[in-house]
Design a binder for this molecule. Structure first.
Ligand code: PLP
Length: 403
């Protein structure tokens, strides 16, 4: 089997599991307990926080461990929006005379290509709290224009959230530029870095972001751990209420083993990043070339160069993405159609339609994603299987771009 679905979940890494093992066995204390077992667990948790903070270039107190990327996104978007709402209310009350209040709803700015963890959080804030949501468009490569992002910011904007790299097409967004525009406008900026985590620079100072979400299982931990970086550790409306762990920002007994694994995975990713990106990019380009050569009419989706090293995504017009996937699985290649979350849904990908593809073409999407452990012979075999799978499920019609 050739596993080319690392964006859905990456294989756990041995070094990560080894780092976690003591905390799943002998070192099982609750970090809140005041006895020696608890103290030892609390120490492990704080060491993990320090390691993660060193990779992100921030202070340990600015890291909140969560159950994964979805929770980190929810906490960032809902927490910052609701906290920002309070601030905006106070400003309105204190600074503007009653007759001069605009009455405009607080605004959230994001993009049409975010993961559902962000989009659904935004929609919740719109439905239940009256926020206005402005989703920035993307071009045909899936890229957001920083000028458009800057133009969308208003005095009512309480948060801007733009993902670092897209999970379906791998396009890398100019988050540094957008973050700078937000900073100039005094708007907090969050980025969902879940797919970027294993590949791109995560230094939050260089990026200039106020909040950043990561997920462990895309980096080689078991599922169930993630983190949110929050600049300056400001007060934050929590999503999880309870015993006040993580300085009151995320209640629930901490996943100590997960946090230790997350720190180990981040440290490995940082140490290996340049070599990993070089190796994976070369093999990604080899896969892209072989597929485009072997399947005339195939369409590479996403950006030509600003794309994640371990990501190649295509549409095969005239086929069905699901049928191609089944053929590929028969041939020993595991991958997915667009995002793993949308798998099995009949709806075409919202990311691809936002990029201007028509519904029929969007329904033919197939995504190949891998870690730096990928080998050249895997790529060559996968490319042969793609050519055979597309031929087996039918011909190709030219892709149509929406007017
Ligand atoms: N954000 C992006 C861009 C993702 O790709 C994913 C998962 O695929 C998530 C968030 C959610 O992360 P998790 O699976 O850890 O909840």
């Amino acid at each position: 089997m050739i596993y080319l679905d690392a964006a859905a979940t990456a294989p756990p890494r041995r070094e990560v599991l080894e780092a976690m093992w003591p905390h799943l066995t002998s070192e099982f204390g609750n970090p809140s307990s005041s006895h020696v077992a608890g103290e030892s667990a609390a120490r492990a948790l704080e060491e993990a926080r320090e390691t993660a903070a060193a990779v992100l270039g921030c202070r340990p107190g600015e890291i909140i461990f969560t159950s994964g990327g979805t929770e980190a996104d929810n906490l960032a978007v809902k927490g910052l929006a609701l906290t920002g709402l309070d601030r905006q209310d106070r400003l309105e009350r204190l600074e503007r005379p009653a007759h001069d209040r605009s009455g405009a709803a607080p605004q959230l700015v994001s993009t049409a290509v975010e993961h559902p963890a962000v989009l659904e959080s935004l929609d919740y804030l719109r439905r239940r709290h009256g926020f206005r949501v402005m989703l920035l468009p993307v071009d045909e490569t899936g890229m957001v224009d920083p000028e458009e992002a800057a133009a969308a910011l208003t005095p009512e904007t309480v948060l801007c959230s733009v993902m670092y790299a897209n999970n379906e097409v791998g396009t890398i967004q100019p988050v540094g530029e957008i973050a700078a525009r937000c900073r100039a406008a005094g708007v907090p900026f969050h980025t969902d870095a879940v797919q970027a985590g294993g590949w791109l620079d995560l230094d939050v100072g260089t990026l200039g972001v106020d909040a950043l979400s990561l997920s462990g299982h895309k980096l080689g931990t078991p599922k169930g751990i993630g983190l949110l970086y929050l600049r300056g550790a400001p007060p934050l409306e929590p999503v999880m209420h309870g015993g006040g762990q993580e300085r009151g920002r995320r209640s629930g007994t901490e996943n100590v083993a997960g946090a230790v694994g997350m720190a180990a995975a981040l440290a490995l990713a940082a140490a290996e990043r340049d070599d990993a990106a070089r190796h994976a990019s070369a093999l990604r380009n080899r896969l892209i070339d072989a597929v485009l050569r072997g399947v005339p009419g195939a369409l590479l989706t996403g950006h030509g160069t600003e794309r994640l090293p371990g990501q190649a995504s295509f549409c095969f017009p005239g086929t069905s993405g699901e049928a191609v996937l089944l053929e590929l699985e028969r041939g020993g290649v595991l991958c997915s159609s667009g995002s793993a979350c949308a798998a099995g849904s009949d709806e075409p990908s919202a990311v691809l339609t936002a990029m201007g593809l028509d519904r029929e073409t969007a329904q033919t999407a197939v995504r190949f994603t891998f870690t730096a452990a990928i080998r050249e012979d895997d790529v060559d075999r996968a490319a042969q299987e793609v050519v055979a799978a597309v031929a087996a499920v039918g011909g190709l019609a030219p892709a149509r771009l929406r007017a």
